[in-house]
Ligand binder design. Sequence first.
Ligand code: FAD
Length: 342
Amino acid sequence: MYEIAVIGCGVIGLTSALSIQERLKNVKVTIFTRDKSPNTTGDIAAGYWEPYMVGDTPPAQITRWGKATYDYILKLWKEGKAKEAGISLIISRIISDRKDVENPFWKDVVLGYSNLSREYLDKFGKVGNRKFISGFEFLSFTWEASIFLPFLEQKFLMNGGVIVRKEIRDFKELEDFDVIVNCTGLDAKDLTGDTKLCPLRGQIARVSASWMFYLFLIDSEHDRSCYVIPNIHCVILGGTSQPAYNLEVDEVDKKNIFRNCSELVPALATAEVIKHQVGLRPGRERVRLEIEIKPGGKNGLLRIVHNYGHGGAGITLSIGCAEDCAKLVERALNQTNLRNKL
Ligand SMILES: Cc1cc2nc3c(=O)[nH]c(=O)nc-3n(C[C@H](O)[C@H](O)[C@H](O)COP(=O)(O)OP(=O)(O)OC[C@H]3O[C@@H](n4cnc5c(N)ncnc54)[C@H](O)[C@@H]3O)c2cc1C
């Protein structure tokens, strides 16, 4: 029986832990985490499926990881698990006032992709006196972390997994484990010293607007970017993406979010606010999903698999990355001559 330690119990840690349990039968998986749901970055997210803010991660990888998640959510939905897993199927429209916007490279992954007509763009922009140049729609999902994280946690525990509430300050604390999996999101910066990680500060408002049934994102070159994403118990209005650690709700951001969203849906201006929230996306030039071998640990080797830096798409890419992470754990366990490579 191999002992695997996963650090972090956000969407990336939990999906990775489950995937390891499912792929490798002779393992015991223990999650070490400082916080868990409802106090992870994913709990602030809208849970919307779209590859977003993923730096220069190669398109082929994003497409493959995103597709695995899309197919997984669709499968759960078809199995009738929408309610317990926090899944809502929804048509998403992404609309831009920029010239020369290309179709997204991942468009073949999703169902129902089509470009929006000139007539639709004109009618949509008319309310706010906006001129939109291009747009597309497709069938997306919201997969709400505050519902699916407890759902996945139960599955993990039922499979024999263990969760320990503990902050890990050094990988050496876990040197008795065969493999350590690092899913600490933005905090991987402290644990690994990775200077490529930086916060992408996201401020949003959760409002009560049960009459709001459609989802749209506006991509604007005139400081009018915004999104309106319905969730089961609220609607999320966003948002910002700033390279900052500030977790305070900013009044200017608040004003801009309401101005931009209500320009296109006027009733949102007076929607009751449930809460304003700020979260830090783990921004990186590309997702880090790889094996690192250090001296120390069992047989003189500390085998670490890193899985962090998913920017604004941790939920969107989670299942694909978790599957690859499990393969890397298997590879790390099977490598017998690693010592020579140090
Ligand atoms: C406003 C906002 C909206 C978003 N909307 C979307 C969206 O619609 N769709 C989407 O796909 N993504 C969205 N995202 C991005 C998504 O939330 C993140 O990419 C994702 O949550 C990152 O997950 P993670 O598990 O890597 O990190 P986290 O959720 O931050 O989890 C890290 C875990 O590691 C633990 N940890 C950290 N350091 C240590 C340590 N030293 N020892 C022990 N435990 C430790 C933490 O306690 C936590 O459990 C959004 C983000 C924000 C802020």
